[in-house]
Design a protein around this ligand. Structure first.
Ligand code: GDP
Ligand code: MG
Length: 457
């Protein structure tokens, strides 16, 4: 397939905008090495081998702009599979501007967002899901999200999708063969085998769909909501977990009227902690909205931390609370706060109800132990590190449509419906799977995906 726009040479700053010790300007395309050579005062770059590094000057007319190091990559052994160069210059915005301008005058054009990665994809370096993982990898800010992105970039997810698609294609072909012999009423595609394949595929798809909530949580932080009565110390606990004064702490009940949230990383896993308005009946309209919102946050959260003031709470209160939270059917921890105010020996028999995690939020006593408990609770529940996890909304939506199509095929076999209708639904599932890996694409889809990258990626 001819790709006309791939014939030009693109260039962009690959490092962040702003002053840094070093900046890297990336150029890719047929003429990348010639164009770079035109602005370079040093060895003849066109005569050098791939993967070599060269020192020299970049001049604008007579004026020296900078002393630079240039790396050379020859097609197809570069990120884009095209000829490419990387100029490492000093990180002044003036130098960067000058060099980019010189490259453009010498025949390159400024790259669009994500265009380097797009070229890598179009030149067959990796599939679409892997290309998208490049963006995730760059954005990864915790060990867990990094692990998922690197697994996806290396093709773990793509492999699953492709093999599923291959199997369905074989079956679609058999069913379509039946159409050619429709007069004779033959069945090439063994219906029992088709049913078994469908069950297997549906299982895989459903599993992937379910992994999305985990995947999203890893990327955006696992939503963990802190709830409890007013003055239990929720805002104090949030601040202790974040190690900053994020929420206002006061002994006036109802201080926190809205939800406050922020992220922090515990042993490589990102959490989003949400402080809420205290749960109580209130006549204050705004506080009431806050209480309502706290309840919504509980519904959305992966983990609930119920915090109580040990001085004003009885084991019976906790038994009641436990019943209520249990009905939400998600993991929760009961946390007794302000232990600095009591002798442990004097504590009433809370532990009969449930294990209680004792802390003093104010002095951060046992808060780091609590973090470990939080981490372990979530990991047991959700994160199985070696599994393929869906993190991308586009993939998730495609998978939901695949599931729907395959369900229709399943019903179709049971009814049974004619082979041509059956084939239609299988084809739909195949098409949607192909959209994930990019075996089926449209310009709109590509434009949409790569526009979300930054320039220089
Ligand atoms: N003694 C003691 N006081 C605390 C502790 N944690 C919070 N407090 C106090 O309890 C009051 C209510 O705290 P706050 O975090 O605003 O509670 P919230 O309404 O649940 O958000 C404040 O005066 C805090 O200083 C603690 O561990 N020990
Ligand atoms: Mg508060």
């Amino acid at each position: 397939m001819p790709l006309p726009f791939l014939h030009d040479t693109i260039t962009a700053l690959a490092t962040p905008q702003g002053v840094g010790a070093i900046a890297v300007i990336r150029t890719s395309g047929k003429e990348a090495i010639e164009i770079t050579n035109r602005i370079f005062n040093g060895k003849d770059l066109t005569q050098q081998s791939s993967h070599t590094l060269h020192f020299g000057e970049i001049r604008n007319q007579e004026a020296i702009i900078d002393e630079v190091l240039i790396s050379i990559f020859k097609a197809p052994t570069s990120f884009t599979k095209e000829n490419a160069t990387e100029i490492s210059c000093h990180g002044s915005s003036f130098i960067i501007q000058q060099i980019l301008q010189l490259l453009i005058e010498a025949g390159a054009r400024l790259a669009k967002p994500g265009e380097f990665t797009q070229r890598a994809f179009l030149n067959g370096r990796f599939d679409l899901a892997q290309a998208e993982a490049v963006a995730d990898l760059i954005a990864a800010d915790s060990r867990a999200s990094h692990e998922v992105a690197i697994n996806q970039m290396r093709g773990g997810f793509s492999k699953q999708i492709s093999s599923l698609r291959e199997e369905l294609i074989q079956f679609a072909a058999l069913i379509e063969l039946e159409l050619d012999f429709s007069e004779e009423d033959v069945e090439f595609a063994n219906r029992e085998q088709l049913k078994a394949l469908l069950e297997r595929s549906l299982q895989t798809i459903t599993h992937l769909i379910q992994s999305f909530s985990t995947g999203k949580a890893m990327k955006e932080g696992i939503p963990t909501v802190i709830v409890g009565k007013p003055n239990a110390g929720k805002s104090t606990l949030l601040n202790a977990l974040l190690e900053e004064e994020k929420a206002i702490v006061s002994d006036i009940e109802g201080t926190t009227r809205d939800s406050i949230e922020d992220e922090t990383i515990i042993e490589g896993v990102k959490f989003r902690f949400i402080d809420t308005a205290g749960l109580r009946d209130t006549s204050d309209t705004i506080e009431a909205i806050g209480v309502q919102r706290a309840k919504e946050k509980m519904e959305q959260a992966t983990l609930i931390l119920y915090l109580f003031d040990v001085l004003t709470t009885t084991p019976d209160d906790i038994a009641l609370i436990k019943k209520e939270i249990k009905s939400l059917d998600k993991p929760f921890l009961l946390i007794g706060n302000k232990v600095d105010q009591v002798q442990t020996a004097d504590l009433p028999p809370f532990e009969k109800v449930n294990p209680i995690h004792w802390i003093s939020a104010q002095s951060s006593q046992d808060v780091s132990h609590l973090e470990k408990v939080i981490l372990n609770t979530v990991i047991d529940q959700d994160l199985n590190r070696n599994e393929v996890v869906v993190t991308n909304t586009r993939h998730y939506e495609a998978l939901v449509q695949v599931e729907r199509a395959l369900q229709k095929v399943k019903q179709g076999i049971q009814q049974p419906i004619s082979s041509d209708l059956l084939a239609l639904d299988i084809r739909e599932a195949i098409r949607k799977l192909g959209e994930i890996t990019g075996e089926v694409t449209t310009d709109d889809l590509l434009g949409y995906i790569f526009s979300k990258f930054c320039i220089g990626k």
